[in-house]
Design a protein around this ligand. Structure first.
Ligand code: TA6
Length: 295
């Protein structure tokens, strides 16, 4: 599955199902990254509870997305804009990526770089993307988790895409937490009384299914839970998507346990809808998210 020399902190666990993953264990944190989808499935700093949620009912078979960790969304967010037959949230999360490098620093920090390049299937699903793009996911596992998506446009025309990290966070109870940092920010939604609204000048509290795309926001976002605060900082990611399915939608999701929805919240970072990217020929776009735990 890979010919890359792995540092001692990184082990390749090959699965007959094709869902090989890298297990990382250092004095700073442990983590698990699947080559399928280049997805950070688990991240736990030493001395902390797991930071990411991963559904016990998640699919773990090629061709199906995994429900948990930080799925990589590219080149479109949500349903395909014109063809409902195409996979929701694009195809990056259901493709095998190539491990380009795995390195470890003296302080224990591990950096992985995974790469996705166009193939026939990608061209079939996304003809407008052509064959001249490269998507890299650089993952740094330390006391913090850093995930950086880099898109290179090696073609001769503008490359238009959306990208996101659809990160699932482990929380005590969605009804008890609040999300700060999006006060007074405009958001899009398809499940409220208007498609375009504005967050009041107060944190987000959760009392029902919540599915919001916050636009053009640069600041830090925080998930404030009783026992800890999870801080999410970002650069090159103008959108923040906040989602919890609540009872009825959770019951419709075969890959989410009916009783799991209170223990998760998605706070996703990327560039979607009004914030979609139009990358000029020869250009590179980087979207970086840093996740840390504070007490
Ligand atoms: O996170 C926002 C969202 O687009 C929700 O509408 C919901 O569909 C969620 O993503 C999960 O999507 P998935 O395709 O992973 O089931």
């Amino acid at each position: 599955m890979t010919s890359i020399a792995l540092p001692s902190a990184v082990r390749l666990i090959e699965q007959p199902s094709g869902m090989s993953r890298l297990e990382i264990s250092t004095p700073l944190a442990s983590a698990s990254v699947t080559l399928y989808g280049a997805q950070v499935a688990h991240f736990t700093p030493v001395g902390e509870d797991p930071v990411l949620f991963f559904s016990s009912e998640s699919y773990c078979t090629p061709g199906k997305p995994m429900r948990g960790g930080a799925p990589v969304i590219f080149p479109w967010f949500g349903a395909h804009p014109t063809d409902s037959e195409k996979p929701a949230h694009g195809f990056a999360r259901t493709r095998d990526w190539t491990l380009e490098s795995a390195t470890q620093k003296e302080n224990g920090e591990v950096t992985l770089v995974l790469r996705l390049e166009p193939d026939a299937e990608a061209l079939r699903l996304w003809p407008e993307g052509g064959s001249d793009w490269v998507l890299c996911h650089r993952i740094v596992i330390g006391k913090e988790l850093t995930m950086e998506l880099e898109v290179q446009n090696r073609g001769g025309s503008i490359l238009a895409f959306e990208d996101a990290l659809h990160t699932y966070f482990a929380i005590s109870d969605i009804r008890e937490i609040e999300v700060r940092g999006l006060e007074s920010t405009e958001y899009l939604t398809v499940i409220e009384d208007a498609p375009r609204k504005r967050q009041p000048a107060e944190p987000i509290h959760f009392e029902r299914e919540t599915d919001r795309v916050y636009l053009s926001t640069a600041g830090q976002v925080e998930i404030v839970d009783a026992a800890r605060t999870i801080a999410i900082r970002k650069e090159g990611a103008a959108s923040v998507i906040v989602w919890n399915p609540w009872t009825e939608k959770a019951a419709r999701l075969a890959d989410l346990g009916d009783d799991e929805w209170p223990g998760m919240v998605c706070v996703e970072t990327g560039n979607v809808r009004d914030n979609g990217i139009r990358l000029p020929s020869g250009g590179t776009h980087r979207s970086t998210t840093r996740i840390s735990v504070q007490h």
